[in-house]
Design a protein around this ligand. Sequence first.
Ligand code: GLV
Ligand code: MG
Length: 318
Amino acid sequence: MKPRRSVLACPGSNPKMIEKAKGLPVDEVFLDLEDAVAPAAKVQARANIVAALNDSGWGNQLRVVRVNDWTTEWTYADVITVVEGAGVALDAILLPKVTDAGQVRALDLLLTQLEKAHGLEVGRIGIEPQLENALGLRNIDEIATASPRVQALVFGPADFMASINMRTLVVGEQPEGYDTGDAYHHILMTILLTARAHGLQAIDGPYLQIRDVDGFRRAAARTAALGFDGKWVLHPGQIDAANEIFSPRQADYDRAELILDAYAFHTSEHGGARGAVMLGDEMIDEASAKMAQVIADKGRAAGMTRTTRFTPPNARSE
Ligand code: GLV
Ligand code: MG
């Protein structure tokens, strides 16, 4: 799967911002029809998005559109307009405020009909369900498995906090009065565990104090440490931090590649067919290789190059 370390939110009602987004070094751009677009501007935003998707000048970013949620009057026309107008240039639909599997299935069915009707490859357009309320989190397992199109589970912290009556107005910071632990831990871990259980990516939502890059770094580092794959960025100033924080550090990437090479060598016939071996001062085995694989995969997906090589010790002569 392509990386989603940095996911840029871009209002569909703002053609200038969309134009700028095309050249930014993010892994994904999502063009918004939902909360960043005023009701009176939704119809025009659909047209802007279709035009922008069909334009040249995009880099290698995943191109995603966030439609309105299924409880509104806009969702079906959002999907139809965007896929009819620019389906070939669309990688996924971000579906906000998901409450149950039926909402994902409904989108899947609509996408399938549109793909068939317009000669598009059936099943190629992905779905990113966004978890933003208590009901969605309770139903997350069924949501994650409702369609093979689901690629990533996305946290929507602002709506989520509102939905559970959390007493704070600052996304990414702890609610005042909660002086122990992390108030978001359960939600984040539920999203992460579900993503990992089903082979999906886990994406953290926005950090709204866009001028506070240190605050963004702190928030991103927390979810990156848990194992999340990426985070939304709302401003160009957050992009480098996201790409860096959700990529392995060079030293960790080098070490991971080294462990994989050493493990492959030592478990091989000519390397002695041993399962647990020393690499420097560290004992490595199958589980170490699995951890190393995770970091190596992330590094490779991020286009990193290793700066060290494994030199096999003299192969054992039996
Ligand atoms: C994003 O959609 C959020 O609600 O935080
Ligand atoms: Mg939201």
